[in-house]
Design a protein around this ligand. Sequence first.
Ligand code: ADP
Ligand code: ZN
Ligand code: ZN
Length: 730
Amino acid sequence: MAIARIALPVAVYGEFDYWVPSGLSLVEGSLVRVRLAHRARVGVVVGLADVSEIETSRLQPVTEVVAGFAPLPADLLAVARFVAGYYHEPLGQVLAQMLPPLDREAGPRRHATPLAGPLTLTAEGLAELPQRLARSPRLAALFASWRAAEDSVIAEHELRALPSHVRAALRGWLAAGWIEPAPDVPPAPAPHEPNPEQAQAAAAIVAAQGRFAPFLLQGVTGSGKTAVYLAAAAAAVAGGAQVLLLVPEINLTPQFERRVKDALPGRSVVTLHSGLAAGLRRRHWQAAAMGAADVVLGTRLAAFAPLPRLGLVVVDEEHDPSYKQQDLVRYHGRDVAVWRARLRGVPVVLGTATPALETLLHAQQRRYDWLVLSRRAVPEARSPQVVLADDRTAPANEGLADALVAAIGQRLTRGEQSLVFVNRRGFAPSLLCSSCGWQAGCPQCSARLVVHRDAGELRCHHCGHRARLPRSCPDCGNVDLFPLGHGTQRLEAALAARFPTARIARVDRDSTRREGAFAAIREQVHAGEIDVMVGTQMLAKGHDFPRLTLVGVLGADNALASADFRATERFGALLFQVAGRAGRAGLPGEVIVQTRYPDHPLFAALARNDYDGFAAALMEERRAAGLPPFARLALLGAEAPERAAVERFLAAAQQRGLAIVREQELDVEVFPPVPSALARRAGQERGQVLARSASRGALQRFLARWREDLDALPARGVRFALDVDPAGFS
Ligand code: ADP
Ligand code: ZN
Ligand code: ZN
């Protein structure tokens, strides 16, 4: 009897055996439907055999092959096995991460791609729609004017003027792939002659075609890294190869997609990210698998795209924390991309202004080729001037230092744009009673509740808990309750009070929740209809605001004082990025940072525009503390409603770990359990055990054994997960 060994997306290690009905032809990599515990599941065939260890009478049959999907290629199965092994996750879970939503109903949400302008008609839409609209004059008229428009593009403001039933119809068009988002930027200017550094970098990458060659491409924002990627991509595509291009975030950076398409005229560029409607994501995935797509541009999940002719991998903003997935399979998209390049024997380019310390160390130790773009590509663009506003000597007024207010005023008179950056959304991070010191806390989490004054609510940013804003202190009855600290909403209000005629836009997750809201703000900023933007890190990513000459940074001290060992690195990278936004198009830029630690070496390095100096100082701290990149970490996180249960489980886990280390004489430390930084979340008590080793191999051997033993520990009501190379201590 023919037996198929199938990996299924369940939290169980090992594969499942099914018998193969005659007439079904299966190979390794085939996508199949089976039943498991009375539920239909999609799995991947990872082996075929003649016998099973399970009694034949107890085996179930494979239900069917998933229609329309070619088997996964062998190299992708190899990547899946590698990832499953490295992160100690079941193979079926990893494979499930790789696949697009296979059923319409299985998509994340039915219309996950927001209906946001600008939108363009696809080739499919142009062919299909005319026949389908005969009975709907309203839609037929819309289609006709759309087709006649320049580039067949309809803009956000036109979209918003449409009645809601028409918008509903357009959502269907979007899901069907008849229309798709069009980047909202003017066509990129004609390509420039590369400067000597760019030419050298591109030539080095092109020369490495056909073999595994990792590159760090380091260059400040605006130094022309994208031009280098695109030159290398064009060469690869011209040679018949496919290119994988990873970015941290696509929805926020439509400019990038536009540039890629403009740089490769006549080539097929498809996107892959979790925001795509299920149907579109499936089609793009298929185009990659069939080799029809020349370039796959996507977020971390695209690191798993099937690419039969893969010839080049590029990871833009390789330092970005969003490459690390924080649940299910806790993989790092950049690292997966590098493994893929290694397994396939192709070059991989990691581009950034602010390399992750891991990447930097590889470059310093010459495991990666180090390409540097030392200047901004636009000759007249100068690095911004950095000013520190000392919050101790010149206390801020409603959160804003006098120096910053004065600088914004200047920009307003000159008709230039300003950006105020603060990494806190809401009105104020906390509510305080002036009489007894009570602060509003979340009943479910060990966290303060955030004041959202426009909604009249307190909200927990960890679990979503909401409560009415109290009129008086629940402890002492005092009615003087103070919002403590400054979020984006409060700064927006403060700026509006200071500059009543200024046009201010707030950009954070609250203000951009509505479909198309962010696109609309971007249109306004580019049209010069916004003077001041206030926002969170959403503003830090890859935007090119032509008249922006001032960046104010608030809340820096939260990151600098954090207990998480990666917080300073992350904030430093963000700061160098936002600083890079100022003064791009020939206008000189200024960065004003409000802080109580003006002597922090980060700021001196920022003022010298010296990321390397900053990174060198951090590197020494990490070396001294035995932290990554000088050590390898794995974090066992556990949670349960009762703290005692978590502590019991983790104590047993540590004991098991110590025993393994002794038995196998491994150079691994296993630390005692501690509560997580957020000790309680959504009613769950949380704790962790850290394992550390100077050797990746030793840690991997340890984890393989530990993982098995953990499954055997009594863990009543405790959920746990291993995080290899954790992003931080959360
Ligand atoms: P990065 O990706 O490093 O942030 P970009 O590739 O976006 O930099 O380039 C920044 C700006 O410089 C863009 O407006 C781009 O058109 C321009 N640019 C790139 N290369 C050159 C060049 N060789 N000469 C002049 N301008 C260039
Ligand atoms: Zn009180
Ligand atoms: Zn909460």
